[in-house]
Write a protein that binds this ligand. Structure first.
Ligand SMILES: *Cc1c(COP(=O)(O)O)cnc(C)c1O
Length: 400
């Protein structure tokens, strides 16, 4: 049994491609061509060269000795925060823009929440001289203002979306609506392992460079190419998918994902989709979704804009349902505290999303010989205000 996508675009009962009639041709064209293109020699060469010279890969695998002492295990951090533009998102946008070019598309659209995917998309559009339009909830435009200015400076047009809660989920819907109006010339660069097939598989493959590198780096550092635990935060699921990709069928490796609990998964202020979601269809795929009895999507709530989504990618839904993945719900205050802890113990200010993964460590039990690889999905520059406004949640670390 494999946990990767089947030939029909499903992961067990999850996935598929539920799109409006007008996009059928477009999505089918992508389904039929993406593997041919991304597995071709010319694509591989151009993609790998950009990952190396433009993104700055391989990202280091860093042995965090103070963190290791504290938690009683051998903890390694996969440093996606050191990538160009500050997160793992760029791995995917570099790949998808090369695919868009090879498919003859001239206009790029994307959705964004915190603005990290918007910035990563605007960046590669500048690089490739492509027209770029970003859809972003009006609430997020306000709370992530610096990223909006970065996108504009890079040459993108940013469309504030004023429907619904005016956050990520509404931005996704707006991007899909725009795509329906321009199916022939437009390529939609999806930012996470979500959307209609083949996007979840496409994005997972683009991020799989993370686990490819972890294998090589572990082999070099500890003489074996697998850890006992992989830990990552999860919103739509792309950094998690990249972290686990080459290990999904390796049962020696335990997978622990950290989702955003907000005020607590048992409250109404949460984004803990695994704990609270039920099967539904959102943005083109069948997945776990937070919804009411009538199938109305519920608003997600978390301090972390990058995890503020009421669904989760189909690959992860299937692995969770089959018991392959353990999911921990991390509350806002726990994430803040863990962000301060990593800052003070290792000198690394993580993105508030990544801080959720760090917080998972305190809920896990280790043997001293356990090897843990934890992905730091992004850097915390964008979150300094959030950290400072929540100092009181950081305990002794907040006294400054
Ligand atoms: C976007 C983002 C996430 C969440 O998205 P995934 O697709 O689940 O990885 C996590 N961390 C950072 C830094 C992000 O920018």
């Amino acid at each position: 049994m494999s946990y990767l996508v089947d030939e029909n675009g499903y992961y067990g009962e999850f996935g598929g491609a539920y799109v409006p009639e007008i996009l059928h041709g477009c999505v089918e064209n992508l389904q039929q061509n993406y593997l041919k293109i991304i597995e071709s020699e010319s694509f591989r060469q151009e993609y790998m060269a950009l990952l190396r010279d433009y993104v700055g890969r391989p990202s280091p695998l860093y042995y965090a000795s103070r963190l290791s002492d504290k938690y009683g295990a051998k903890i390694y951090l996969k440093r996606e925060d050191l990538n160009h533009t500050g997160a793992h998102k760029i791995n995917n946008t570099v790949g998808q823009i090369l695919l868009a070019k090879r498919m003859g598309k001239t206009r790029i659209i994307a959705e964004t929440g915190a603005g990290q995917h918007g910035v990563a998309t605007a960046t590669v559009c500048a690089l490739m001289n492509m027209k770029c339009e970003i859809f972003m909830g009006a609430t997020d435009v306000e709370r992530q203002h610096t990223n909006v200015e970065r996108m504009k400076m890079l040459g993108a047009t940013v469309h504030p979306v004023r429907t619904g809660n005016m956050t990520l989920s509404d931005a996704c819907s707006a991007a899909i609506r725009d795509w329906c109006c321009h199916p022939s010339d437009t390529f939609y660069i999806v930012g996470s392992t979500m959307g209609p097939h083949p996007y979840p598989d496409l994005v997972a493959r683009m991020q799989s460079v993370i686990s490819e590198e972890i294998k090589e780096q572990l082999k070099e550092k500890i003489g074996r190419d697998y850890p006992d635990y992989l830990v990552a935060c999860i919103g739509g699921g792309s950094n998690a998918a990249g972290t686990i990709y080459h290990y999904v069928d390796d049962e020696r490796v335990r997978i622990v994902l950290a989702e955003a609990g907000g005020h607590g998964y048992e409250t109404d202020y949460t984004a803990a989709t695994f704990h609270r979601g039920t099967t539904g269809i959102l943005h083109g795929a069948k997945m776990l979704v937070m919804q009411d009895g009538d199938g109305q999507i519920q608003e997600a709530f978390t301090i972390s804009a990058g995890l503020d989504y009421p669904g989760v990618g189909p690959m992860h839904c299937n692995m969770y349902k089959k018991g392959r993945t353990q999911v921990l719900s991390i509350n806002d205050d726990e994430a803040i505290r863990a962000g301060y802890e990593l800052t003070r113990m290792e000198g690394i200010i993580p993105a508030i999303e990544s801080a959720h993964a760090v917080a998972a460590l305190s809920k896990m039990k280790f043997n001293p010989d356990d090897v843990v690889v934890l992905t730091v999905s992004g850097r915390g520059d964008k979150d300094i205000e959030t950290y400072l406004n929540n100092k009181e949640k950081a305990g002794e670390y907040g006294q400054f």
